[in-house]
Ligand binder design. Sequence first.
Ligand SMILES: Cc1ncc(COP(=O)(O)O)c(C=O)c1O
Length: 450
Amino acid sequence: MYPAPFALERFFARHEFSARYLLSASDCQGPGMAGLVAGADPDLRRRWETLTLGYTESQGLPELREAIAATYGGPGGAGAGAAAPGGNAGPSGGAAAGTAGPPTADQVLTAAPEELIFLAMHALLSPGDHVVCTFPGYQSLYELARSIGCEVDLWEPVETVGAGAVDAAGGAPGPGEAPSAVQGGAQRGGGAAGAPGWRFDPAHLEALLRPTTKLVVWNFPHNPTGALPAAADFARMVGAVARSGAWLFSDEMYRLLEPDAESRLPAAVDLYERALSLSGMSKAYGLAGLRIGWVATRDAALLERMKALKDYTTICSAGPSEVLALMALRSPEPILAANRARIARNAGIAGEFFERHRDTFRWVPPQAGTVCFPRLLDDGPGGQPEAADDRAAGRAGGAEAFCAAVLEGTGALLLPSTVYGYGDSLFRLGLGREDLAAGLAALDQFLSSR
Ligand SMILES: Cc1ncc(COP(=O)(O)O)c(C=O)c1O
């Protein structure tokens, strides 16, 4: 079956290259090509200057896969998780963390991240399979399973305001309507039970799992809420998947963008042999244009199926992209540190903005990653519902109308939650770009002129 249109990608295709301020981008500002090449070691400079432009190895440049493999596996790996969950993470109930060593270069397949989602879903799934996926989220993570004919259960987060979880509607929450949110106050990093902000409850995952569940798909740090499970929650989640025997597709595109190393979760491939860890150059490194990502998995047969499918998509990656990605991965820290610093700076700027407009929005900063999901209050100051013509003018209520009015009035692009199929009250804000302050200043003006 032909998959439903990817609403977010269609939205960006329409607006991304004409908007003045990209306030909803999910990637970080990356180094330019000249900067990458100038910082490369002599070996890579030579490789760059003598590069031919023929086909490349289908699984990915071996040296690039070696650099990728080195980002996994315990304290030695550059991207290693600081908070390895112990206890019940292993498939038979024992902790698997670190026991098998990091994945090898042979256990890595490179392609564009979105392509890898396509390859993995088609390599893993058959009609009728049961799949559980975090929601709201990046649409291909659940839409492709649906298009294959799977039964997909959506695992939604709860949002906590101050001291307790809130159901703003006073009853069972519908999509996008579950929580109210908290203003200011919340800290970045580690979403523990009861802490303000979004949280995926492991008990909800346990309730959705069946003995026949084929695949669990999650994305942490999470797009769009910025949720990052606390280590204990994460251990419980991995344990639940392992006990069920399901495959685990762990989208770790925003990993390494935690505010501190302590809150970083281990990569799923380091914990569970039926896990696939997805990562890439797009978000943490700010190099989305390279179209280089990877899946690491210990299952050789599954990797073979994905490799065989790649012969029907791109066959191989672009040689220049592979070498540029290797340049970034050989000296990652300056890039990652700059991006984490920018996100922290922007979180401060956003916090001040939302404090100034506390009658219009409620907001929690992301616990990790680049994006967050502020709520547009549908009651005006004093709790009075806004009139319908206010709504149409982007003064209230509907996030879609608000974002359209903002785009028209300021050229700033915000992403309404309707694009996620998650109600009409929230919008995504991205903290990874340099122009956030200028974009929010324009939004300040827009709001004060209404
Ligand atoms: C959670 C998530 N997974 C995967 C992707 C796909 O990454 P790319 O655009 O680099 O293919 C994205 C992109 O926004 C994403 O947010």
